[in-house]
Design a protein around this ligand. Structure first.
Ligand code: ZN
Length: 444
């Protein structure tokens, strides 16, 4: 491994440990946008995602002179697998720019990203490679939205400090919808999932990728296993090995390791302009299918098992799936249900009015309008709380919302009665999320 790639590897590791600390100290909220990393299942199914394509240049080393995307699609199909291609629109608008040092994160541009490479933008993206996009759709692979221009949603100082970013949430939504419209208008294809460029979530003005995805009706597609290949090694063969060895050793230790996992790959070059995925993918697929795995699209994986913490065998599963499919915000941002947590006033309101409240919340933030003495406009449930108060489904307590207070039986009965427009009377001391979800599902 070169010094540069070691440094990047270390930076990622340091960043990862920061993420763990941040995660532990940040409250996680119920959300209509769920960040899907891995789903809970005992079935041997998993998904593979391919970022940054379509890629119209030949794979390197060039064995068959085929565009890389076509080679990946054919390799997947050979193993009966469906890929999830997280595509971009076009990066040719990302100039002026110049290439950074090969082997670093800036290899393809200092101010922006360029796919498949700087000054060769016309060989990549859905706008420029319609035949590859058509081939993927015809092959039954899933297409997801990796944004039109691959411009970062907001600032990311550690690795991408010199990057030009979107100015605010309106630009982010416009960029996402530009690609959405291209797919919908020209192919009749409706994308449902998106992954932010370089996983940058923060958007200037107090927004995040969750707000943008809520506005677009998307779920946040993350990944739980790094398929590797994107980091440069000494040789191409070492890079292919870096893709296959971890899969092999994980399967040797635990045959069920990949159940419900989403594997990250690239439909593109690594930082040394090589594409080890061209050989690594087939080897990974062989290892997985030999152990009985079926590789499905991410949407199929979620359809099979939508949650991170409830398996299809769980008693609550059918109720939770029904509630989710009917638009109730019963999941946390990290796609967990946490069925044994005690339901609070804020969460009860969010479960029912969350989806409708997303638009309200954007307006509250833009106008800097608070909902109650103790609820700022930026609160994740502010929109839902505003709607519930307006509908007289819940009342303030001494002018405060008291979102973190466990909800009482009287308040929850009133909330459900107003929402479902019928008399519902419940009696309990405290109610868990699991119990509340069951009650909601029974009303649908
Ligand atoms: Zn990307």
């Amino acid at each position: 491994m070169s010094c540069v790639s070691k440094a990047i590897g270390l930076a990622k590791k340091v960043k990862h440990s920061f993420d763990v600390i941040i995660k532990a100290s940040t409250p996680v909220y119920l959300s209509s946008v769920r960040r899907i990393e891995r789903v809970a299942t005992d079935e041997k199914i998993c998904a593979m995602t391919f970022d940054d394509g379509p890629f119209g240049l030949p794979a390197n080393p060039d064995k068959e002179s085929k565009p890389l995307t076509l080679l990946l699609a054919e390799t997947l199909e050979k193993y009966g697998a469906k890929g999830t291609f997280d595509v971009i629109g076009d990066t040719s608008g990302n100039y002026p720019d110049s290439a950074g040092k090969e082997g670093t994160a800036k290899w393809g541009g200092i101010a922006y990203d360029h796919y498949p490479d700087i000054n060769r933008d016309s060989f990549g993206g859905c706008k420029n490679q319609p035949q590859l996009l058509r081939r993927l759709i015809d092959g039954g692979h899933e297409i997801t939205n990796h944004t039109y221009s691959h411009v970062l949603f907001g600032k990311k100082p550690i690795i991408y400090g010199a990057r030009v970013t979107h100015k605010g949430i309106d630009d982010v939504i416009a960029d996402l919808m530009r690609l959405h419209s291209l797919l919908y208008d020209e192919y009749g294809y409706e994308m449902k999932l998106s992954r932010p460029p370089h996983y940058v979530d923060k958007i200037s003005g107090g927004f995040s990728s969750y707000d943008a995805y809520a506005a677009c009706g998307y779920q946040y597609m993350a990944a739980s296993f790094d398929g590797a290949g994107w980091l440069p090694k000494k040789s191409y063969d070492d890079e292919v090995l870096a893709m296959t060895e971890p899969v092999k050793s994980k399967l040797e230790t635990d045959e069920n390791f990949f159940c419900g996992q989403i594997i990250f790959q690239k439909d593109g070059c690594n930082m040394l302009r090589r594409t080890p995925v061209a050989d690594g993918l087939g080897a990974q697929l062989k290892l997985l299918t030999d152990k009985g795995y079926k590789i499905v699209s991410v949407s199929e994986l979620i359809e099979n098992s939508p949650f991170a913490d409830i398996k299809p065998s769980d008693e609550l599963f059918c109720y939770a799936k029904k509630a989710l499919e009917n638009g109730f915000d019963i999941c946390y941002r990290d796609n967990t249900v946490r069925k044994n947590e005690i339901l609070t006033r804020g969460e009860a309101v969010m479960m029912l009015y969350g989806k409708e409240g997303d638009g309200e919340r954007l307006s509250l933030i833009k106008d800097k309008r608070n909902v109650a003495k103790d609820v700022k406009f930026s609160h994740p449930y502010s929109g839902a709380m505003k709607l519930a108060l307006e509908n007289l489904a819940i009342s303030k307590i001494e002018n405060r919302f008291k979102a973190d207070m466990p909800i009482g039986d009287g308040d929850f009965s009133k909330l459900l009665s107003v929402y479902f427009n019928k008399d519902i009377t419940l009696s309990f001391g405290e109610i868990t999320h699991g119990e509340a979800i069951k009650i909601i599902a029974e009303q649908i």
